[in-house]
Design a protein around this ligand. Structure first.
Ligand SMILES: [Zn+2]
Length: 96
């Protein structure tokens, strides 16, 4: 996963762990734009720590709101093809 994480760093508009943390509430409530949602999903794809964090957080929030069972909802709905395509595209760009 190290290589993918490197690629992530050169992608336009990549989201940082800090930004993810700050916007996690909005994400879980569906308040973000599609682009931001995608950035979140992409981050979860490369960052296991945030994925686990968000899943735990969603579970906690779900418990509070009385709607459990959705903690995995954001895990699988990004087609891997799409992510691979974007990563491949950004990898083609010159480094300088
Ligand atoms: Zn992260």
């Amino acid at each position: 996963m190290v290589e993918m994480k490197k690629m992530m760093m050169v992608m336009p508009g990549h989201i940082s762990c800090k930004e993810l943390d700050e916007k996690l509430d909005d994400y879980l409530e569906g308040q973000l734009s599609l682009w931001d949602q995608f950035r979140f999903k992409l981050h979860f794809f490369i960052c296991k720590a945030c994925k686990a964090y968000a899943a735990g957080y969603a579970k906690t929030v779900g418990l509070i709101k009385g709607s459990t069972g959705n903690e995995n909802a954001q895990d699988t709905d990004v087609p891997e093809d799409l992510i691979q395509g974007i990563l491949a595209k950004s990898a083609e760009e010159p480094e300088a």
